[in-house]
Write a protein that binds this ligand. Structure first.
Ligand code: UDP
Length: 239
């Protein structure tokens, strides 16, 4: 017995909105700041895996409205998530942080394939692992992938970084200033009341497997570091 405590391992979900700053493409200032906030937590021993969204480039459902086959549009969306991975990887590496990108669609020149045991090994060595291309399957979302990856590589928590809001509220605080933020929330209430945590299939996977989720605001200075370190910010969604 060494008496050593198990290191904290988390899965950070960054949506396309976080990468694009609300626009199409990548806002490099925002991505650099997020990278700068990830590094201090890794230095303190937190093992950080990340799933990137891709809505700042394409969403299959929106492309379908414009006449593109849904599955093909979804693949375009998945490829968008990989561009976000590479941008974040670059800023992390510039900070001296070792990284690996693993994608669910094989693209050997730019990333490793998704291999869960290898991802765990990278995390144990202090590398940040960034998962791209979603699940590699149309009709899925990167929210669902965040829960699945977190379960498969045994993360303690899924951290949902949000733009423009710092947790889960009784109603959209941008439209209803009287809305109240939940400090804690159970899965069923979030599902039944359709509260803005993540999409319903992702949330029900979290509920069925008791995966804790913390929803927090990306914008406040230092918030990403705080969430990674386990500070009690935002809203904790659990059983
Ligand atoms: N996507 C998919 N399968 C996946 C993950 C993503 O088909 O496993 C596609 C889907 O079209 C989705 C897009 O990629 O709309 C971008 O992902 P998402 O909408 O989850 O990104 P976010 O909303 O987080 O920016």
């Amino acid at each position: 017995m060494t008496g050593e405590t198990k290191p904290r391992r988390v899965l950070l979900k960054l949506s396309g909105e976080a990468f694009g700053g609300g626009k199409v493409g990548i806002d490099t200032h925002v991505v650099r700041r997020i990278a700068e906030e990830i590094v201090p937590a890794v230095k303190q021993g937190v093992q950080v895996a990340i799933v990137t969204g891709g809505g700042n480039f394409f969403r299959g459902a929106e492309l379908q409205q414009a006449g593109i086959d849904r599955s093909r549009g979804d693949y375009m969306g998945m490829l968008g998530t990989v561009m976000n991975c590479l941008a974040l990887q670059d800023f992390l590496e510039q900070e001296g942080q070792a990284t690996r990108v693993q994608t669910a669609i094989t693209m050997g020149q730019v990333a490793e394939p998704y291999i869960p045991l290898k991802a765990i090994r990278h995390l144990e060595k202090g590398r940040v692992v960034i998962f791209g291309a979603g699940a590699g399957m149309p009709y899925f979302s990167t929210d669902t992938v965040s829960i699945q990856r977190s379960l498969e590589i045994h993360c303690d928590e899924v951290l949902m970084g949000k733009n423009g809001v710092d947790g889960v509220y009784t109603a959209d605080p941008r439209k209803h200033p009287e809305a109240k933020r939940f400090a804690t929330l159970d899965y069923n209430r979030a599902l039944v009341d359709n509260l803005a945590v993540m999409d319903a299939s992702a949330l029900s996977m979290a509920r069925d497997n008791k995966q804790c989720i913390r929803v927090f605001g990306l914008e406040g200075a230092g918030n990403v570091t705080k969430a990674l370190l386990g500070d009690n910010i935002g809203t904790l969604v659990s059983a």
